[in-house]
Design a protein around this ligand. Structure first.
Ligand code: 5RP
Length: 218
């Protein structure tokens, strides 16, 4: 089974966790693209979606799923998104698709975060995947120096502007032994909009697509 087939399997398994007549939070990425295809098959049973990126919004609309504004909603039941890495505490690194800030905002409003991944995303310790950090453009060099002082090797992601008009620094060589503490300290650097550690808002349920079927971790 290919990695993409495992992603698809986890994505379609998420349908079981979508209550009828609800708003669904939708993440970003290749795994989520499979989920949007799956969601379209039950679109008559949901009120609509809240999207975390322009890319997902376009796909949702193309498949006839109404896209709602987060500011018009007090809360909703389920957010479904992928991850670049996930540890046994369900802490994640996200932002490989540069959508981390909007993903973190939508996840914050959701009652339940369902993470859909293929088995290659499971790790014991976060940090092998370079940590994405969204940065205000004029602060880029300053933030880069600060991230390097934390022990990383922060590199500008070439030719990428986020949906919010900002830059992404990818921080290599971090061994993230205390994800909550590092998430907080990076957010405290002036000029950082958001970083890709999702530890304060971890996943609640993980669906792992693998060659032997989808494993549910609660
Ligand atoms: C986008 C993300 C994605 O969830 C993450 O990069 C995983 O992507 P994929 O499903 O394509 O492997 O955080 O910002």
């Amino acid at each position: 089974m290919t990695q993409d087939e495992m992603k698809k399997q986890a994505a379609w398994a998420a349908l079981e966790f979508i209550p009828h007549n609800t708003v669904v939070g939708v993440g970003t990425g290749s795994t989520v693209n499979h989920f949007i295809d799956a969601l379209a098959s039950i679109k008559q049973h949901i009120k609509g979606a809240v999207s975390s990126s322009v890319q997902s919004t376009e796909k949702l609309k193309a498949l006839g799923i109404p896209v709602l504004e987060l500011n018009d909603i007090d809360s909703f039941s389920v957010y479904v998104d992928g991850a670049d890495e996930i540890n046994p505490l369900k802490h994640m690194i996200k932002g490989g698709g540069a959508a981390l800030t909007r993903e973190k905002i939508v996840a914050a409003v959701a009652e339940r975060f369902i993470c859909i991944v293929d088995s290659s995303k499971q790790v014991d310790t976060l940090g092998k995947f370079p940590l994405p950090v969204e940065v205000i453009p004029m602060a880029m060099a300053y933030v880069q120096r600060q991230l390097n002082e934390l022990g990383g090797d922060a590199r500008l992601r070439e030719n990428v502007i986020t949906d919010n008009g900002n830059l992404i620094l990818d921080v290599h060589n971090l061994k993230i032994t205390d994800p909550k503490a590092l998430e907080s300290s990076i957010n405290n650097i002036v000029g950082v909009v958001c970083n890709g550690i999702f530890a304060h808002r971890a996943a609640d349920t993980v669906l792992v697509g693998s060659a032997t079927g989808t494993v549910i971790i609660n």
